[in-house]
Write a protein that binds this ligand. Structure first.
Ligand code: RM4
Ligand code: MN
Ligand code: MN
Length: 425
């Protein structure tokens, strides 16, 4: 664990400039009738889960370029997330992928989580790879497979994930189904959907009542002709079929270019079926880049829709599960994650500043320019000092990345762990 003195030491260096920016923002928002502390408190409460599989360098199928010091086991993954949370106070949970993160001693893991002020977010099943000594292959599908023995294996794996989750007090199972086809005629579209729906229903039935099932969609990859769950409509219909504790999960990279994701968010919230988010950045598809790095305005529009839904009492959507789902091929994974969380909080803060009454008025009166300018004005406001202040007030760093770099944390991890490479993709 990092000594809090180090965080304070870096904060002191940055305090004067930070205060200057904050004072300006306080006055600017005050003129608009917004109390800055109310916004800061909301930022403090916003927590984004870190996926265990994003703590090592990712790769493409052409190669991987690790820098060393990666977590070698679940314990070290928890330590890394603990470090991130210590620096930004906004990442208080970790999501697990089974079988990569099977806990060998659940009680010891729970103790470790507690020591780092963390909890387990979701457990994620993996039927996109065959494991060693697996009796049947997922090559031609898992939950949608034509053969019942393969489907049963995949169903049992998901049920097992829930068991591991229960041991660690998780309450969320996330299913991302890699099933699909690569060639026309390969798969019978309607039957593949029906088999999937039946398989998901059996998993759902075995889940405790206070658990949530999140169903993710993805238009292509690993299959390129068809995916069994390619879009939000399919996820939504599966959720409707299985029951009220199933929700749609939106992964920002799982859309074709130019899809209006904010509209999808609005629709799902309207139906009360938006369960959670996988944040990342995307240029073409499932690029898994740093959140907000490619299309920051679109990201703001998505948050604008989220905040609008969350603040509207007529919207009966359950609280959302926020998570990053990224892969770090180029940057240091911890730095990249800190950058992503910062982009998420900054964008959330901006969406909180939108004058909703004014926007509704402009929309009702079809004043297109006024509505658009209202959003643009908020988007252009530099609110980074609000996020820095939220972190500072919560005991974190004013500038988490500067502190991570200044304290030479990565080289410390390399010294301790050696040239290690984490499990994951
Ligand atoms: C998928 C999807 C899932 C993630 C895997 C590793 O594309 O985004 O959420 O668990 O990648
Ligand atoms: Mn995802
Ligand atoms: Mn993905």
């Amino acid at each position: 664990m990092l000594s809090n003195d180090i965080i304070q030491q870096y904060n002191e260096k940055l305090q004067a400039e930070h205060q200057f920016k904050l004072t300006y923002l306080t006055e600017l928002l005050d003129r608009k009738g917004i109390d800055i502390q109310t916004i800061i408190d909301k930022i403090k409460a916003f927590q984004v889960a870190i996926p265990s599989w994003a703590l090592g360098t990712g790769g493409t199928r052409f190669g991987r370029f690790p820098n060393g010091g990666e977590p070698r086991n679940l314990e070290e993954k928890i330590e890394d997330v603990g470090l991130i949370h210590q620096l930004n106070r906004s990442s208080n949970s970790i999501s697990l992928h089974i079988p990569w993160d099977i806990p060998s001693d659940a009680n010891a893991i729970k103790q470790l989580l507690k020591a780092h002020d963390l909890t387990i977010d979701s457990v994620n099943s993996n039927t996109f790879q065959d494991q060693k000594d697996q009796p049947f292959s997922y090559k031609f599908g898992s939950l949608s497979h034509t053969k019942s023995e393969v489907r049963d294996l995949a169903i049992q794996h998901n049920i097992q994930c829930v068991e591991y989750g229960k041991m660690l007090d998780s309450k969320v199972l996330t299913i991302w189904l890699a099933d699909g086809s690569n060639f026309p005629g390969q798969s019978h579209m309607r039957s593949a959907y029906q088999r999937t729906s039946d398989s998901i229903a059996s998993i759902y039935k075995s889940m405790p009542d206070d658990w949530t099932m999140l169903i993710e969609y993805k238009p292509y990859e690993p299959h390129f002709y068809s995916m069994v769950i390619p879009d939000w409509g399919t996820s939504y219909s599966l959720c409707q079929t299985v029951g009220k504790n199933a929700q749609v999960l939106v992964d920002l990279g799982h859309h074709l270019p130019n899809t209006n994701i904010e509209q999808i968010v609005g629709r799902l919230m309207h139906f009360g079926r938006l369960g959670g988010f996988h944040f990342n950045g995307s240029m073409y598809g499932d690029d898994d880049l740093t959140t907000g790095s490619i299309k920051p305005y679109q990201f703001f529009l998505i948050f604008n829709e989220l905040v609008d839904g969350m603040q509207d009492p007529s919207v009966k959507n359950p609280p959302l599960a926020w998570m990053i789902d990224a892969s770090h091929n180029t940057k240091d994974p911890i730095e990249d994650l800190l950058q992503s969380v910062n982009a998420i909080l900054t964008t959330y803060a901006k969406a909180l500043l939108v004058d909703r009454e004014e926007l509704t008025d402009a929309q009702e009166n079809n004043d297109v320019l006024r509505a658009e300018e209202l959003l643009r004005d908020t988007f252009m406001t530099d609110v980074r000092a609000l996020v820095a202040e939220a972190s500072r007030q919560a005991g974190g760093a004013i500038d988490p990345i500067a502190t991570f770099r200044g304290a030479k944390i990565r080289s410390g991890l390399v010294d301790k762990r050696g040239f290690s490479v984490a499990t994951g993709l």
